[in-house]
Design a protein around this ligand. Sequence first.
Ligand SMILES: C[S@@+](CC[C@H](N)C(=O)[O-])C[C@H]1O[C@@H](n2cnc3c(N)ncnc32)[C@H](O)[C@@H]1O
Length: 273
Amino acid sequence: MEDASTEQNAAAAAAATMPMSRLGAYENAVELVETATEEILLLWALQQPASRRQNLFVRHSSQTLAIDACGQHLTIHQSPSSMSMPGVTGAVMWDSGIVLGKFLEHSVDSGTLRLHGKRIIELGAGCGLVGCIAALLGADAVLTDLPDRLKLLKKNVDQNVEKGNRRGSTLVTELVWGDDLDQELLDPLPDIVLGSDVVYSEGAVEDLLLTLKQICGFQTTVFLAGELRNDAVLEYFFEVAMKEFLIGRVDKTQWHPDYRSDRVALYVLVKKR
Ligand SMILES: C[S@@+](CC[C@H](N)C(=O)[O-])C[C@H]1O[C@@H](n2cnc3c(N)ncnc32)[C@H](O)[C@@H]1O
């Protein structure tokens, strides 16, 4: 029987032969996902997510999350009590949101991504940290979520971007995955689409992909960060997404050095021509 380190060594060797490519607006090379099954095997063998600590950067029992980004001290309000309501997942921050937000800051600082003046849509923004960071980096950011999630989202945007040292612009609005979209969200199509921890149930995957297909043009770059909880759901997402999108995994060495977790994975997607 193979032990964990043999399996990890085999996965590392397989990962070393994966094709690399630049995708969309992101200037670094990423590892191209070739098949959904292989990607899941590699992720779980290399990162061993089930044995890693979750919630490294967040506390779900806390009313606020404090984090420094873009030269500002940000305070993100959470609503731990709402998490007991059925279907509510975005009332607190998740590690993948912290990873994605700090990755954007790190990439802009290191010159591998330009967000200034870019039109960005964030899907399933939850408490809104990622979209706030994008706006502080100069983007025109539209932060979206389900209608009953917008109050907390707006409060966080108002407090951290609108009243702060504002650089880009922000708009908070409803966007339900799978529904017909307002024309103003589609015209013009966004340069960048962001999502953290939005692949978490099989039921939501098809609606999410329907929306992604609608809002992405060939010039749009999607950044998705996800928690490695459920291999079956993620594999299903890859299987369906790969019909329309090229997908590249961003190696952890390219993330913000202080915000790396083996329970999180980060991807760049662009529409296939
Ligand atoms: C696990 S939370 C992640 C929140 C945030 N992005 C983060 O990383 O902290 C998933 C988010 O997706 C939103 N969401 C779930 N289903 C949705 C749908 N059908 N349409 C739009 N948003 C949805 C939830 O309201 C929630 O904010």
